[in-house]
Design a protein around this ligand. Structure first.
Ligand code: HEC
Length: 105
């Protein structure tokens, strides 16, 4: 009986662990988003954006392919909205951020 319970626990762990484990790039991207973007944009799957007019990051891929953001981020995102500061990211930071954004799709 105990043996069975242990096996169940192990199987459950094996099934859920890969979904939980974020790659290092995804984690760095998340930290970056948390530090720089989260005060306006929602960066998770459920909550509304703190700043209502800022699109939640989980909706970005519906507007355009996430890859197309890379260029905008490198050149400096300017959205015509004065409340959003202009960001210019290093290539590494862009990779990280895009990896994280893809986890939200
Ligand atoms: C001070 C608030 C604020 C912060 C901080 C902020 N944003 Fe925004 N962001 C906005 C607002 C407001 C909009 C909507 C602009 C509009 O629709 O005109 C927006 C829109 C966007 C869009 C959509 C652009 C488009 O053309 O549809 C992207 C992508 C984006 N932000 C990325 C980021 C990233 C990445 C960060 C962090 C590095 C960030 N934002 C930080 C306020 C913010």
């Amino acid at each position: 009986m105990l043996r069975f319970a242990l096996r169940q626990a192990f199987v459950t762990l094996m099934l859920t662990a890969p979904a939980l484990a974020a790659s290092p790039a995804e984690q760095r991207g998340k930290t970056f988003a948390l530090t720089n973007c989260a005060r306006c944009h929602s960066i998770d799957q459920v909550t509304p954006s703190p700043l209502q007019i800022a699109p939640p990051f989980r909706t970005l891929h519906k507007r355009y392919p996430i890859e197309s953001l890379a260029e905008a981020l490198a050149e400096g995102i300017v959205t015509g909205h004065p409340t959003m500061p202009e960001f210019r990211l290093e290539p590494d930071q862009i990779n990280d951020l895009l990896s994280f954004l893809k986890t939200l799709e």
